[in-house]
Design a protein around this ligand. Structure first.
Ligand SMILES: [Zn+2]
Ligand SMILES: [Zn+2]
Length: 293
C-alpha cells in the first residue's frame, strides 16, 4: 500500500496541480473579480519560475519529504497514530485536521516574528491577486515549512495517504482561494463555512496591515473564526482595496531575482507584531464594516 502511494505520488501531484491551474486560469478569464493592473505574462512567468526553483531546492535539500516520512514512521512505529489503536478513517481525518491547524499556526508565526515576516511578505508583495499568487513563496520559507511539517508528521505518525491527500488538497485550495474569480455572493457565503474562498483570502492580501494580519487559513476557515483572526470583508470592498504591501510596489519587484532578495531589503514593517504600523493603519481606515462591493 505505502509503496503504491510513494510510486504514484509525483504523478498525482503533477496532474492535480496542472489540471487545477488550467481550470483556474480559464475561470479567471471567464469571470474575473477584479481588473488586472499588471500584464499576466510578467507575473505568471516569474511566479511559475519561482515554483520550479522552489521545487528543485526542496528536493535537493531534504532527503525525504512529508509523505515519505509518513511511510517510514508507519514502518518503524513512530508517532501517535502508529502507537494507538483507532480506525484508519479516524486517523486520516484527525491527521488532516491537525496538519491544517499546524499550517494555520505556522502562518500566524510567519506574520508575527519579524525575521520570518521578511521571508513571508514576499508572498504578499504580489501586486495582483490570482492563482499564481498562491504559489509564490520564498524558497527559505518553503524549507522552513517543510521542516515544521516533517516534525508534525514524525510526532503524529499519520497514515501516508492522509499526508498525500492533505498536500494535494492544500495545493488545490491554494490555487482556488487565490484565484481572481467572481463567485456568486450566496455561493461564497455558503462555501466560507467549509473552505477558504477567494474573497476570504483576498482580505489577507490587502495593503492595510489590520487586514493583512487576518484570515490566515488556507484550507479550513474554522481556525480563523475560532481563534479570532477572521475578517469578513475588506474595508474598501473587493474592487476598491489595494493588493500588496507598502514596500516593493514597482513592476521590477515582481521579477524572480528581486523576489529572492526581498527578505534583505528595507525594514520588517507591516507584520502582526508591528504595533506602530497596525495602529496607524487601523485608525486611518473607516470603522464601518466593509461593504461587499
Ligand atoms: Zn500571509
Ligand atoms: Zn495568500
Amino acid at each position: 500500500m505505502s509503496d503504491t502511494i510513494l510510486a504514484a505520488e509525483p504523478t498525482i501531484r503533477l496532474v492535480a496541480f496542472l489540471g487545477i491551474l488550467a481550470v483556474m486560469a480559464q475561470w479567471e478569464v471567464a469571470a474575473p473579480r477584479r481588473r488586472r493592473d499588471i500584464p499576466r505574462v510578467v507575473r505568471w512567468t516569474n511566479n511559475l519560475a519561482l515554483v520550479v526553483l522552489d521545487t528543485a531546492i526542496l528536493r535537493l535539500t531534504f532527503p525525504i519529504l512529508a509523505v515519505g516520512l509518513a511511510v517510514m514512521a508507519e514502518d518503524r512505529g513512530w508517532g501517535l497514530f502508529n502507537n494507538i489503536d483507532v480506525p484508519v478513517w479516524v486517523a486520516i481525518a484527525v491527521s488532516m485536521l491537525l496538519l491544517d491547524l499546524a499550517i494555520y499556526l505556522q502562518h500566524v508565526m510567519f506574520h508575527a516574528v519579524p525575521g520570518l515576516w521578511r521571508l513571508h511578505r514576499m508572498h504578499h508583495a504580489d501586486l495582483d491577486f490570482d492563482a499564481t499568487t498562491g504559489l509564490r513563496f520564498h524558497p527559505v520559507e518553503i524549507l522552513i515549512s517543510m521542516g515544521i511539517k516533517l516534525a508534525v508528521v514524525a510526532a503524529l505518525g499519520p497514515p501516508a495517504v492522509a499526508v498525500l491527500l492533505f498536500e494535494v488538497i492544500l495545493n488545490a485550495t491554494a490555487l482556488f482561494n487565490h484565484a481572481n474569480i467572481d463567485l456568486p455572493r450566496p455561493v461564497d457565503r455558503f462555501l466560507r463555512w467549509i473552505i477558504v474562498t477567494p474573497d476570504m483570502h483576498r482580505v489577507h492580501h490587502s495593503i492595510d496591515p489590520r487586514e493583512t494580519n487576518s484570515n490566515f487559513g488556507f484550507n479550513l476557515p474554522w481556525w480563523d473564526r475560532l481563534l479570532g483572526t477572521y475578517v469578513a470583508q475588506p474595508a474598501k470592498g473587493h474592487k476598491g482595496m489595494m493588493i500588496g504591501i507598502k514596500q516593493f510596489r514597482t513592476r521590477r519587484d515582481l521579477w524572480l531575482d528581486r523576489m529572492l532578495i526581498q527578505p534583505f531589503l528595507g525594514p520588517a514593517s507591516g507584520g502582526a507584531l508591528d504595533a506602530r504600523s497596525n495602529r496607524k493603519r487601523s485608525s486611518s481606515i473607516s470603522s464601518k464594516p466593509g461593504a461587499d462591493k
